[in-house]
Design a protein around this ligand. Structure first.
Ligand SMILES: Cc1cc2nc3c(=O)[nH]c(=O)nc-3n(C[C@H](O)[C@H](O)[C@H](O)COP(=O)(O)OP(=O)(O)OC[C@H]3O[C@@H](n4cnc5c(N)ncnc54)[C@H](O)[C@@H]3O)c2cc1C
Length: 466
């Protein structure tokens, strides 16, 4: 008698439907189709949309991706997928184009939809619009409690909850509590409100977020002040860009002091040969995870203390078009760059009076926190993560960055068991402590594909006749 093998459905729950959660879902769906495995997938996120998350929700077409289209495909082994998707929708783009971030949000949602359609009857999908508020684990099954009072049971849980939000703790209390203070500029609708205000605006932060917000808010007659302790702007991408150049020798197991010297020598050498430092830095990207992992903790702490802002401004660069637009508003006097910090703030009848160091002061209609996500998760930000940390299901990563996990992205509990770990996973910014370079799509899509494959390999074949 012919016997066919039968796969029990794989039953994962993904918490978070930003880019990371959506990419895992897409890769799970594609792997289920390839492998012929039934999939019972739950995707939990209060956001109405799937895929946008923090980064791809802005509808302002001046907010461009900071990675060229050729690096943003959902599929690491099909790098032109995003460029083809753009062409199919009438957007002329090449692998080197920097397109609006809103288009990337559309692309993630559309690719997810297409994968769902391909999975057909093999798939049971629950897209739940709620917060996951707690997670418990009994007899190999997880139970996720949800903010709408319901719950979900799953055999595998993926935390795709993104970076911890900033808490604006740098702001003096009278500023933090003022209605003229905006703590989260990417909250939908926030920029519309700021555009309609009369008066100048102070942006705290001079990174990529600050430059996007400056472009949205600049107009004749208004000065946007952008303030940071270092006063550095992100470097622009080169147009056209040159291919990455990897170092010629292996740098494994070097302490930070020697690694820094090697990096500087590599940059000098490549700049002398090519006239540009960027190929040297881009050539380090495939090595960053292993270099970071090999650094002792005190060296990683020293890097965060002394080199973070220099790293960020050179590694996370502006699209060339963004850099040109920023130069234009600086030349016209609509954007003023300030180095320093806020010492005090006081409300006046129609503005905020801001005192800066160096006996400088400003009168502004609004202050916007553009310092971006926090490096470390603070207690009290997310009941789910708070609960999982206090029950010991998960624990913080090295230096308190992200969450502790294995090289596969499997979350490590506070007390590591002698036996196998629970099927509890993470990807993206939560892996920063272990990997450092783990917040951009080129890394996240690779993690998503590998994670989906790891889960699929756990789908158990059984014989229905038995
Ligand atoms: C403004 C900005 C621009 C960027 N531009 C680029 C770029 O051009 N190219 C690039 O490669 N990278 C870019 N990045 C990096 C970016 O971090 C990643 O590309 C990616 O967006 C990270 O997605 P994520 O899903 O991990 O996190 P997020 O986008 O933060 O999404 C996390 C999701 O989890 C949900 N969530 C959190 N907690 C819970 C819970 N308890 N229950 C249910 N849901 C929960 C949230 O609602 C959210 O939707 C940018 C980042 C920012 C902030």
């Amino acid at each position: 008698m012919l016997r066919t093998s039968y796969y029990a459905p794989l039953r994962p729950a993904v918490v978070g439907a930003g880019a990371s959660g959506t990419l895992v879902a897409i890769h799970l769906l594609e792997a289920a189709v390839r492998q012929g495995t039934p999939l019972d997938l739950t995707l939990v996120d209060p956001d109405e949309e799937t895929g946008r998350g923090l980064a791809y929700g802005s509808r302002d077409r001046r907010h461009l991706l900071n990675v060229p289209a050729g690096g943003m495909s959902c599929f690491p082994d099909d790098p032109h997928h995003f460029v083809r998707w753009l062409a199919d929708r009438g957007t002329a783009a090449t692998v080197t184009s920097f397109v609006p971030r809103s288009l990337y949000g559309d692309y993630l949602a559309d690719t997810f939809k297409a994968s769902v359609a391909r999975a057909g009857t093999r798939l049971t999908l629950r897209r739940i619009h709620a917060h996951a508020t707690d997670c418990s684990w009994t007899d190999g099954h997880a139970r996720l409690g949800l903010s709408d009072g319901s719950s979900v049971t799953a055999d595998h849980v993926v935390l795709a909850t993104g970076s911890p939000s900033g808490d604006s703790s740098w702001a003096p209390a009278p500023l933090r509590t003022s209605p003229r203070f905006t703590a989260a500029p990417w909250t939908p609708g926030t920029l519309d409100h700021l555009r309609t205000l009369d008066g100048d605006v102070l942006l705290v932060g001079t990174g990529l977020t600050a430059m996007d917000i400056a472009l949205s808010l600049a107009r004749p007659g208004r000065v946007i002040h952008a303030l940071s302790r270092h006063g550095r702007l992100p470097q622009p991408h080169a147009a056209p860009s040159l291919p990455p150049v990897a170092p010629e020798e292996s740098w494994s197991d070097l302490p930070l002091r020697r690694l820094r010297a090697k990096v500087h020598a590599h940059i000098r050498q490549v700049t002398a040969a090519q006239g540009d430092w960027r190929p040297a830095l881009d050539g380090l990207r495939p090595l960053t995870n292993s270099l970071w992992a090999a650094l002792p903790e005190p060296d990683r702490a020293e890097f965060l203390r002394d080199s973070l802002s220099l790293w960020n401004t050179h590694r996370h660069r502006m699209a060339p078009e963004t850099a040109q637009a920023v130069s234009r508003i600086r030349r016209s006097g609509r954007l003023s760059l300030l180095k320093g910090e806020i010492l005090a703030a006081a409300p006046t009848p129609d503005a905020l009076a801001i005192t800066l160091d160096g006996a400088r002061s400003l009168q502004v209609a609004a202050v916007v926190d553009c310092t971006g996500p926090a490096l470390r998760l603070q207690d009290g930000q997310d009941p789910l993560l708070d609960g999982m940390l206090s029950s010991g299901l998960i624990t913080r990563g090295p230096l308190g960055l992200g969450l502790a996990c294995t090289a596969e992205g499997r979350l490590i509990p506070r007390n590591k068991p002698a036996g196998p770990l629970r099927s509890l996973w993470t990807l993206g910014p939560t892996r920063r402590g272990e990997l450092w370079e783990s917040t951009a799509i080129p890394e996240i899509r690779r993690q998503a594909a590998a994670l989906a494959q790891s889960l699929m390999s756990r789908a158990t074949a059984s014989d229905p006749a038995r």
